[in-house]
Design a protein around this ligand. Structure first.
Ligand code: GLU
Length: 448
């Protein structure tokens, strides 16, 4: 048992659309919450007014819902600015927040010098040594301060569910800026205030946040919040072993959706990626949650492979029950496509919309393919066509009779019929298709 109620959060910034990287973070949080019977909070980190938009926020809602991720609670950072102000006041009162007057250029120069001397580019805390007179003079000059959090000179350590024991020595971290010159809080502060005040039990995010966590642990303590448990997940890498680049447009959930990738395929793929288990495509979201194990993820960045995702997508389609697919078929314009049709075709398609062709085979028109050398055989086949009503046995009865009459067998017997009836060399079982196509359409297609 975990010893505490599980409450996790997914905290996207509405400054862009969801891609597979942040979808994986959302999913891991959701699976963990549902596995433990806990709660999931969705939080919009929208304090960056210039870059946050309502359109991106709406897109994130849609993408999460499409993926099958729901949430029990919702918060928007832009509605909680008074909470961050209150936290700033507490830190100031405790002497943990101090004003700094350096410009960006001055800070860049300091960094360059430190790096040139082979030193870590850690903020030198020069602002702490400013006398009240010096500060007043800088203000007089027209400078407005930004504010830094004063870290304690002690190691920061925690047991991470993704990385094991993590430890940062003092002196390796810069005092983080928490408040901008215009008075607005930065992510480091707002995130801790929210996680603390909303009783987040587990913070699960990408390992690019590990250094943030080191300073945030001290911030949780300074603000006297309970420090959550952390899990930093290794970031996915591309086929070349390098960081997954957002510029690969197809990594956006929207693009995957437009390519016909099923949400369940993405969820099952991402849930298993980096573990020793593989998805078989038959899992539901509930199954994924039931079998979820945060300890099952390896430490190395897993390789995101879109071919594997495509293969799994086909398996998901093969497993998909009619009650799940029926709305999708309707949306794709396949009015009237019923369970018998779906059962006949699902094992032979890689995307739901591939059913469209087989729907035309069963209820519309296609171009039959009849090779010249098969014309006689096809005529015989038309003559031997059983009368209705047709059922699952009709195909065997018809081809059995044809075999007797023509001496053809195997591929020689089936392939000309398949090509004439479906226009393709491969596809669903003809025994299943035949009753769906119906006698009139079959006769029409066998005309030479
Ligand atoms: N808004 C932050 C991000 O998208 C959240 C990080 C976190 O989970 O704390 O990177």
């Amino acid at each position: 048992m975990l010893g505490k109620d599980v409450r996790v959060r997914f905290a996207p910034s509405p400054t862009g659309s969801l891609h597979v990287g942040n979808a994986r973070t959302a999913l891991i949080n959701w699976l963990f919450a549902r596995h433990h019977g806990g709660e999931m909070l969705l939080r919009m980190d929208d304090t960056d007014e210039e870059r946050s938009t309502k359109e991106f926020e709406k897109g994130i809602f849609e993408d999460l819902e499409w993926l099958g991720i729901d949430w029990d609670d919702f918060a928007r950072q832009s509605a909680r600015l008074d909470r961050y102000d209150a936290a700033m006041e507490r830190l100031r009162a405790d002497g943990r927040l101090y004003p700094c007057y350096e410009t960006q250029e001055e800070l860049d120069l300091k960094r360059k010098i430190q790096l040139g001397q082979g030193k870590p580019p850690v903020y030198d805390r020069a602002a702490l040594n400013l006398s009240p007179e010096e500060q007043a003079a800088l203000v007089q000059e027209g400078r407005t301060p930004h504010w830094r959090f004063k870290l304690l000179d002690e190691p920061v350590a925690w047991d991470d569910l993704g990385r094991g024991h993590v430890r940062f020595e003092p002196g390796h971290l810069s005092d983080p800026v928490l408040v901008r010159e215009d008075g607005r809080p930065l992510y480091t502060l707002s995130s801790v205030v929210d996680d603390g005040e909303m009783f987040v039990s587990h913070v699960m995010r990408g390992e690019d946040h590990v250094a943030n966590t080191a300073v945030q642990v001290q911030l949780f303590q300074a603000l006297r919040y309970e420090v959550p448990t952390f899990a930093h997940m290794p970031l996915m890498v591309g086929a070349d072993g390098k960081a997954l680049s957002k510029r690969i447009g197809s990594l956006g959930l929207k693009e995957l959706r437009e390519r016909g990738v099923e949400p369940l395929a993405i969820a099952a793929y991402l849930a298993h990626l980096g573990t020793s288990r593989a998805a078989d495509g038959g899992e539901t979201m509930i199954d994924l949650a039931r079998h979820f194990d945060i300890a099952g993820y390896g430490r190395a960045g897993p390789r995101y492979d879109s071919d594997e995702l495509e293969t799994l997508n086909a398996k998901v389609v093969h497993h998909m029950p009619f009650h799940i697919v029926s709305a999708k078929l309707k949306a794709a314009g396949l009015e009237g496509a019923d369970e018998a049709f779906w059962e006949a075709v699902r094992g032979n398609i890689a995307r739901v919309w591939d059913a469209g062709y087989w729907w035309r085979v069963c209820s519309g028109t296609i171009d039959p393919v009849i090779e010249a050398e098969d014309a006689d055989f096809i005529r015989q086949a038309a003559d031997a066509l059983p009368d209705g009503p047709w059922d699952a046995e009709t195909w065997a009865a018809w081809t059995g009779a044809l075999k007797q009459a023509t001496g053809r067998k195997g591929k020689q017997l089936f392939m000309p019929l398949r090509k004439a009836l479906t226009g393709k060399q491969r596809g669903p079982e003809l025994a299943d298709l035949l009753p769906l196509i119906g006698r009139d359409r079959v006769l029409e297609r066998l005309k030479t």
